[in-house]
Design a protein around this ligand. Sequence first.
Ligand code: SAM
Ligand code: SF4
Length: 338
Amino acid sequence: MYSDPAVPTAPRLLDRFGRHVTYVRLSVTDRCDFRCVYCMSEDMIFLPRAQILTLEEIAELGRAFVELGVRKIRITGGEPLVRKNVLWLLQELGGLPDLRELVLTTNGSQLEKLAPALKDAGVKRINISLDSLQAERFRRITRVGDLDKVLRGIRAAQTAGFGRLKLNAVILKNRNHDEVVDLARFALANGMDISYIEEMPLGTIGDHDRAEAYYSSNQIRADLEQHFTLLPTAETTGGPSRYYRIPGYGSRIGFISPHSHNFCGTCNRVRVTAEGRLLLCLGQEHSVDLRQVLRAHPGDRERLRQAIIRAMEIKPQGHDFNLQAQPVILRHMNLTGG
Ligand code: SAM
Ligand code: SF4
């Protein structure tokens, strides 16, 4: 049985395979100010507002999960920092005494103005997506993003006192694979961790053939090993990254490898989409409609908790991503909550 050291007492959320769920990713919006080519199609249709959970509903979900033994919540999206009043939600969750870690994944576009407020709200760590250090290429990958603004956001987060930031880089063959080493150098020089991510087949994107653009973690590691010594470590931040260290540096180099190294056996996570669908697995459709529970029985936290506990019975053993086939998972990553 996989036992999560973060759970000191009897776990409340236990699935059929003995995995303890202690980590929830909450997507607070499907909207975004970027249109990254691996995440979205160019002409996305976003959800009507009434279908999106209110911030109060999301806070209620957070409270219920923490009462059920969840100790880490990641706020994500879409771009979480474009959701109006998201700071209110972060303050609510940041104040929950039993929550150990409130963390955030962002594209960095709003950090320049929001970093100090995020710190004050109780956000412990921030992951920032950065796929290129070349302005024009950055724009091509994000379709609209401004690299300088993101770099200023990164500096603002450091100035606000966020310790070791983590960069997330999705690596695509012939788009940015030649920047693997430059991105590592940037992370090392700025005292940040970096995780390289293999692209996952979520939704139809139109931009490229995902099989053709596949660049494996093994290839990335081989590229890095031309320049650095990578020592494997058993460290974990409670997520799917496998970490390495480079002697002489404080940074961790991580690999998120859904294709080449399946991480399902130790999965401790579930996700809630912006419309309140509890997703039991990133790569499967098994889900429970928590918005229905929240809206049919407002304020009935026990009913909400029971719905979450029952959902553990349908958490699948693992994903079965296949880059050669048409995507089976039709929802895009912005809806899923990465
Ligand atoms: N907008 C924020 C951001 O970009 O960091 C948060 C949401 S985004 C969906 C979360 C993470 O998912 C990002 O690091 C992004 O690069 C990654 N991502 C998006 N689509 C992906 C895909 N198809 N495969 C792998 N990672 C993906
Ligand atoms: Fe937006 Fe993040 Fe998706 Fe890029 S990866 S389009 S920044 S949600």
